[in-house]
Design a protein around this ligand. Structure first.
Ligand SMILES: Nc1ncnc2c1ncn2[C@@H]1O[C@H](COP(=O)(O)OP(=O)(O)OP(=O)(O)O)[C@@H](O)[C@H]1O
Length: 295
């Protein structure tokens, strides 16, 4: 199980100065990202910001305009079969092998993985009410996504990459999936990257968060750090001139007071103006932070 006995070279996923686009339209403008082994990274960002593009480029499924991507130390565009067998990728809208039944697809795919867990497949097909003999093309989007998640998890990958895995799942299946991700990361040391819009899912299971905004990563740190590092600072009009210029978001209210999103310095202190007379600071949850920054 997990990484035991495998010669691991390099970070599971790593990109440098990654630039991607389509037909002359740029989507990613120089993204740097490293996924430490055993981490669970939640990739978050607004619709169309480029999360799927980043994931596909990281895995070598899309050629970047410039920059480089590596998976376990190998160039993403030239992965060996050994490294491919250590990765499971579940795309946002699975379409492959749609003419096969769920069982046929799973049997077919199982041949490529030495650690395929057939018991897990049987258990999950039952638990998630998937008729094994139905053709994949006839499943609902949620059912189809479940089959793909079963495929991804059954291969017992060292690196599991899920593009909006919860998008079509009902709340019960979503919880089960999150539990499974946490279990894999905790017990088998599986490294996980998943994109999502659901901040509560991210908080429940991710150790790290990366926030993609306007072509680059605005934030890439541990979830705990993201929760503690940022705050909303309220300044009365009398203290408005002391507002730090480094604030990421600022709003002027009708009464002349200001609200700003501010960040602690390396010693954990808020900007000086947070201690001005009448100033008030409140912690920001992840969801508020994202809405403030991306809104
Ligand atoms: N094959 C393609 N050809 C042209 N443009 C594309 C292609 N794939 C994606 N795009 C565009 O690139 C941008 C980023 O798309 P991407 O799917 O990576 O975003 P996303 O963050 O995953 O979005 P969502 O959260 O809605 O799934 C979008 O503007 C999209 O329209």
């Amino acid at each position: 199980m997990g990484n035991v006995g495998l010669a691991t070279t390099g970070s599971p996923l790593s990109v440098r100065k990654l630039v991607c686009g389509y037909a002359g339209v740029s989507v990613l403008n120089g993204v740097d990202l490293d996924l430490p082994e055993g981490s669970v990274l939640g990739l978050i960002g607004r619709n169309g910001v480029g999360k799927s593009t980043l994931i596909r480029a990281m895995l070598g499924l899309l050629e970047p305009l410039s920059g480089c991507a590596e998976v376990f130390g190998e160039p993403a565009l030239k992965l060996s079969d050994t490294v491919k067998a250590r990765i499971a990728y579940v795309p946002q809208q699975p379409e492959a092998l749609a003419w096969l039944t769920a069982q046929q697809m799973l049997d077919y795919v199982s041949r490529f993985y030495s650690r395929w867990d057939a018991t897990f497949v049987r258990t999950m097909l039952k638990q998630w009410d998937i008729p094994p003999d139905r053709v994949l093309a006839k499943f609902s989007p949620g059912e189809r996504q479940r089959v793909e998640l079963i495929r991804g998890l059954a291969s017992q990958p060292d690196l599991l990459v899920l593009d909006e895995p919860a998008a079509s799942l009902d709340p019960v299946a979503r919880r089960q999936l999150l539990r499974e991700i946490a279990l894999r990361a905790g017990e088998a040391g599986t490294t996980v990257l998943f994109s999502t819009h659901i901040v509560s899912d991210l908080e429940r299971v991710a150790s790290d968060v990366a926030f993609l905004h306007k072509g680059s990563l605005l934030l890439n740190c541990s979830v705990d750090d993201a929760k503690e590092r940022f705050g909303r600072l309220w300044l009365p009009e009398s203290a408005a001139t002391s507002a730090p210029s480094s604030a990421r978001v600022r709003r002027v209210h009708d009464d002349g007071s200001l609200s700003l999103v501010v960040e602690r310095d390396n010693d954990g202190n808020w900007p000086e103006s947070a201690y001005a007379s009448g100033a008030r600071i409140e912690t920001l949850g992840l969801e508020d932070l994202f809405v403030e920054i991306a809104g």
